[in-house]
Design a protein around this ligand. Structure first.
Ligand code: ASP
Length: 817
């Protein structure tokens, strides 16, 4: 059985590609008899169209002929250079003959200022004719036999000269009468057919797919291969979705829906003849010859990895027709349909809402003028004493998803609606056109973002969460390690975490579809340091504003105020914010309240459990206390891991300076231990706790009894570490005195029931729950209306990479579930 091969314009764009096409033909011919349908080299049809328009408009058309001529001369010269058996002279003669025809015809058009449809068709099909000549010459030079089918005589068409429909029955009869020599390659120019008067007519732009399908049907071919410049039918236009996937298979029905809804990969008219004779069609890539491509057939396997495709049509107008007398709504609708059909207008949707006076009509821009005429002439006059109001909306797009049984996917529309909603995109109308197709109508300006979101939802069946990780120090790194370790568990729970952005203070790594988590270090290393902080933040903000994320989450593992200043903006851009950075929550009370308002309005999470006590459930506990109507009587806590460690060591007789150095070495302190010793870090935590209890305080309201004098504040770190030795004696003495009274010294933060906050070194006895706290442990005691006289006590490590990262991780899971 014969096979049909069709090569599109890009496959024939230059000499190299044409030679490569010839190689494909030769190879295929080894195993099968073949018939080849050819397009014009890329852009030639457009030039020919321009040539006619220039001539009509009295513009300089001659330079276009020259351009076309040069293109073919260049192709021919290069081909004959590669293959000495090809006669350049013969090729040039053919080109000259066709150019002579173009010059003659365009001169006439220029003179008459108009062009008949028959001449138009003859001119713009010249590209196909020349492609066929060239391929024929190459094959003949290699001693293949060829047989040329003249489509004007054998493919019989009717209707509009420039957009004819093929009469399949007559064409089959004609073609089957030909006695094609069995050992020859059949060649036929695409795009062309003949009408009853034996005149050349066209099958519409991109019509050579249709030619190939017709020839397939006429020759009852085994298959029809459409060779183009993409790997097959993709899940979406790769210009929009860089990681679009190839579908292995698709049904005739689905491809038809796709092409009617805007997909350009196959001309919609081509599908009927293939479907009628059950001829499998393959979309193949000339630039990736060995790739299997997409098979189009009546049935497909269930197990295909990708089985959806997203497409769109732009330039849609919506007519919103309000009929004041509801009783005649159906009559009017019928009428609209009748006239639309008469004019061959393909409407995209006519939606008729039950119990409403409205009819929505969605139409491509090119049909507007007909619609207006229809309304004026035929509808408005026959309004049966009622009135209709027509409202128009411009610049809409229809995005459609085609997938077998798409209607059965649970919650799909809800998911899409939600995620578009998060990105502030309004869906104007949803259409379930068939059981395989859902379409969304929205403003054109939202098209790209909407397509990206919908593609993500379709591609990843699990809920996707896009992480932007700012700060990749100890905590950030550990967090990534922990997420990576939990990968399989998360998968089982149907949680899909994509790390889209990682940044430190001078560089960032961004990948829209997620950075491979096990390779992040390698990839991040390769990124060049090129930003100063502010620029970096601006760059991150740009990525955030792109807004095509499903459930985006900022995780701030920096300690930067500049970063925390962005949180409100992040939430406004529909991100959840999770932070280990205390700067925001200890900033102004005004912003503290503002972010909580915005996040609740936007339904976005703002989480900061690790701001106090790292992974310990402090914030969560306070929220429970507050929400259940309990009341704070007194809070006392050791809020600093480093100071817990240092004072614990002093109990055992260690010198103060040595305890500080040891704490620093163990990573308990901030890089500069003065931040801890000054009590500032404790004050920040205490402020956050107090604010959680509803006290409107600022950082300055927290009273700190300083451990060290001011003189140590402005000296270098090295100098400081030497100078603190001076305090060893003082502490030794203090501790000794305490011991005598069976007491210990602890650095304690207190909040009383009026919200008064204090931090100071306190002497406490055995009965105090904080007495035993040392070695970096934190402890939080809440005396409340319900928890007394024994307080609610939470203790455990309140600092360190692992516990802090796990606290952030737990916040992350809460913002996902
Ligand atoms: N060359 C024609 C066009 O560009 C037909 C085709 O390539 O399918 O429309």
């Amino acid at each position: 059985m014969i096979k049909i091969l069709k090569f599109g314009g890009t496959s024939l764009a230059n000499s190299k590609r044409i030679l490569s096409v010839s190689k494909i033909i030769e190879k295929k011919y080894k195993t099968n008899q073949i018939a080849v349908v050819l397009s014009a080299p890329a852009k030639i049809t457009n030039y020919l169209e321009k040539l006619i328009n220039f001539s009509i408009k009295q513009k300089n058309y001659k330079k276009i002929i020259l351009k076309i001529q040069n293109k073919f001369i260049k192709i021919s010269t290069k081909i004959s250079k590669k293959n000495k058996k090809i006669s350049l002279e013969k090729l040039l003669n053919i080109i000259e003959k066709e150019m002579f025809f173009l010059r003659k015809k365009t001169k006439k058009i220029y003179f008459l200022k108009k062009c008949s449809k028959i001449t138009y068709a003859k001119i713009i099909s010249k590209g196909e004719i020349l492609s066929t000549y060239i391929i024929n010459h190459i094959l003949l030079s290699k001693n293949f036999n060829t047989y040329l089918i003249n489509p004007v005589k054998k493919i019989i068409a009717q209707g509009n000269i420039l957009e004819s429909y093929v009469n399949l029955k007559s064409s089959i009869e004609k073609i089957q009468k030909i006695n094609i020599p069995s050992k020859s390659i059949i060649l036929m120019p695409g795009f062309i057919a003949g009408n009853k008067e034996k005149k050349l007519v066209l099958l519409g732009r991109n019509g050579s797919d249709y030619s190939a399908a017709i020839l397939s049907a006429c020759l009852k071919s085994k298959s029809c291969e459409i060779w183009t410049d993409v790997n097959g039918i993709l899940t979406c236009d790769p210009k929009i979705i860089s990681n679009a996937k190839v579908l292995n298979e698709i049904t005739y029905k689905n491809i038809l829906e796709l092409s009617c809804l805007g997909a350009k990969v196959l001309h919609p008219k081509s599908i009927y003849p293939l479907k009628k004779f059950n001829i499998p069609c393959y979309i193949k890539n000339t630039f990736n010859k060995n790739f299997l491509g997409t098979k189009i057939y009546k049935t497909i396997k269930k197990k295909n990895k990708y089985n959806f495709s997203i497409t769109y049509i732009d330039n849609i107008y919506m007519f919103n027709i309000k009929i004041l007398n509801e009783n005649i709504k159906y009559k009017i609708q019928k009428k609209i349909l009748k006239y639309i059909k008469k004019k061959y207008i393909s409407i995209i949707y006519l939606s008729n809402l039950i119990n409403s006076k409205l009819i929505y009509l969605y139409i491509e821009k090119k049909y507007i003028k007909y619609i207006k005429k229809i309304f004026k002439k035929n509808i408005e006059k026959s309004i049966y004493k009622s009135k209709i109001l027509i409202k128009k909306k411009k610049k809409l797009s229809i995005i459609s998803i085609v997938q077998p049984k798409i209607k059965k996917i649970k919650n799909l529309i809800k998911k899409i609606k939600n995620s578009l909603n998060h990105s502030n995109i309004k869906i104007l109308n949803i259409q379930k056109k068939s059981k395989n197709c859902i379409s969304f109508i929205l403003k054109s300006k939202n098209k790209i973002v909407a397509i990206k979101l919908i593609h993500k939802i379709m591609l990843y069946k699990n809920q996707i969460n896009e992480i932007f990780l700012l700060g990749i120090g100890g905590i950030g790194k550990t967090l990534l390690k922990q997420i990576n370790k939990e990968k399989n568990n998360l998968k089982q729970k149907k949680i899909n975490i994509k790390i889209c952005l990682i940044s430190n203070s001078n560089k960032l790594l961004f990948k829209e579809n997620g950075i491979k988590i096990n390779l992040w270090k390698k990839k991040f290393k390769k990124v060049i340091k090129k930003y100063k902080k502010i620029k970096l933040i601006k760059k991150i903000n740009k990525k955030i504003k792109k807004n095509f994320y499903i459930n985006p989450i900022i995780i701030d593992c920096t300690s930067s105020k500049k970063v925390s200043n962005q949180y409100i903006q992040y939430i406004n851009n529909n991100f959840h914010v999770i932070t280990a950075n205390k700067k925001f929550n200890t900033g102004s009370i005004k912003n503290y309240k503002k972010i909580r308002n915005i996040s609740s309005k936007k339904n976005k999470k703002f989480m900061y459990e690790t701001n106090v006590g790292a992974g310990l459930p402090i914030i969560q506990t306070i929220k429970n206390i507050v929400h259940t109507g309990d009341k704070l009587i007194l809070f006392k806590g050791i809020l600093s891991g480093s100071l817990s460690y240092i004072f614990g060591k002093l109990d055992n007789g260690m010198l103060f300076s040595k305890a500080v150095k040891k704490a620093k070495k163990k990573g308990f302190t901030e890089p500069d231990p003065r931040e801890d010793l000054s009590g500032l870090d404790v004050a920040r935590k205490l402020l956050i706790i107090a604010r959680e209890f509803g006290f409107n305080l600022e950082l300055k309201d927290i009273k700190i009894e300083k451990i060290l004098p001011k003189s140590l504040k402005n000296i270098s770190l090295e100098n400081f570490l030497i100078k603190i030795k001076k305090f060893d004696k003082y502490f030794l003495k203090k501790i000794l005195l305490c011991k005598q009274n069976k007491k210990r010294i602890r650095f304690i933060g207190t909040i009383n029931k009026y919200g008064k906050c204090k931090i100071k070194m306190s002497k406490i006895n055995k009965k105090n729950p904080l007495y035993k706290i040392k070695n970096g442990e934190n402890a939080f005691t809440f005396y409340t209306k319900y928890y007394q006289p024994i307080p609610l006590l939470i203790r455990g490590y309140g600092a360190g990479k692992k516990v802090t990262a796990s606290g952030v991780f737990s916040d992350l899971l809460k913002s996902i579930l």
